[in-house]
Design a protein around this ligand. Structure first.
Ligand code: FES
Ligand code: FES
Length: 173
């Protein structure tokens, strides 16, 4: 009744039902209407691979894919993800449980140090390679420019993205 009263008064209900698919698994939960997707993933679903750094959509650490597109989950509301497919770093490994070519490339190229930016980097790279917009090196660097790293100096990250791009091209034949 309290929820109905608030709705009639033009306010927000205490909780709303959120249904979405996360890493291929349907999930449903009661959540706050103003809740950031990063909070939902980390706190309600235990998917702490999604990191929160700036919390104001400036660093890319919290990047997840929503229907295949990179989103800053610190400012993207869980409400907005209703009925959509969300991919986090926990869902990146392949069907047989091995690392994805993107994850392997970051290991091979030492594309991380503290690792805090890495989940966002991995998902941004995954989105880039599935978008088909990675034709030249400048496009790769431009695409990744929303993901900041305070440790690596970016050179090994770019090398990892280029390795992953090469692997993706080889797999297409
Ligand atoms: S934590 Fe979301 S963009 Fe920085
Ligand atoms: S590896 Fe530390 S912020 Fe990128």
């Amino acid at each position: 009744m309290a929820e109905a009263g608030r709705a009639e008064a033009g306010g927000l209900p205490d909780k709303i039902t959120i249904e979405m698919t996360v890493n291929g698994r349907p999930v449903a939960m009661e959540a706050d209407p103003w809740e950031a997707l990063s909070y939902t993933l980390r706190t309600r679903l235990g998917l702490t691979g999604t990191k929160i750094s700036c919390d104001v959509q400036a660093c890319g650490a919290c990047t997840v894919l929503v229907d295949g597109l990179p989103r800053s989950s610190c400012t993207y509301l869980a409400y907005e993800a209703r009925g959509k497919d969300v991919l986090t770093v926990e869902g990146m490994e392949t069907a047989d449980g091995s690392l994805s070519p993107v994850q392997q490339a970051f290991i091979d190229q030492s594309g991380f140090q503290c690792g805090f930016c890495t989940p966002g980097m991995l998902l941004a790279t995954h989105a880039l390679l599935t978008s088909g917009d990675a034709d030249d090196d400048d496009a790769v660097i431009e695409h990744m420019s929303g993901n900041l790293c305070r440790c690596t100096g970016y050179v090994p990250i770019v090398a990892a993205v280029l390795q992953a791009r090469k692997a993706a091209a080889a797999s297409r034949g």
